[in-house]
Ligand binder design. Structure first.
Ligand code: SF4
Length: 155
């Protein structure tokens, strides 16, 4: 039987909390001007990759699977995020993780300061604990791990 994501009501409540964190972040009066230049999605170029907690990964994987995918796409640009499509769009933009929402490139106004969003980070960490995560992982590592667990029926 195929694995399900999330696998029980508590997980679904955790995912709702991640969505609520993203919604609360969007209400913050922090001026940024992201026009999806996509440089920040090219990790080899920037030398930086977002760190993600388990709830963030779960939302992304849910979006991927809703689109019929069970594997991580092969990056279209060498060293770029696997979610970055050839047309410059993000495959899971609505479910993109917190780091993609806050670590803006310099041209867009630079990253949020930690103190501006520390309460939201704490909430994501709390969800990670609830989901028995192991703290933040690099984006590609977190995604691969969860997809593998789903394939093996461990979730
Ligand atoms: S998840 Fe989307 S927004 Fe974030 S780095 Fe990947 S392509 Fe860019």
């Amino acid at each position: 039987m195929p694995a399900k994501l999330p696998n029980h009501d508590a997980d679904e409540a955790s995912l709702d909390e991640v969505r609520a964190v993203y919604a609360d972040l969007a209400k913050r009066p922090v001026q940024r001007d992201c026009i999806r230049r996509t440089e920040c999605c090219q990790f080899k170029l920037t030398g930086v990759m977002p760190l993600v907690t388990k709830g963030e990964v779960a939302l992304m994987v849910k979006a991927l699977r809703a689109g019929g995918r069970t594997e991580l796409p092969t990056p279209k640009i060498e060293g770029a995020c696997p979610m970055l499509l050839a047309n410059g769009k993000c495959l899971t933009y609505e479910a993109r993780p917190f780091g993609c929402r806050t670590h803006f490139c310099e041209a867009a106004g630079g990253p949020y300061s930690r103190k501006e969003v520390i309460d939201l980070i704490r909430r994501l960490e709390s969800v990670d604990t609830d989901l028995q995560g192991e703290g933040p992982h690099k984006l590609d590592v977190g995604l691969k791990r969860m997809l593998r667990e789903l394939k093996e029926g461990r979730r």
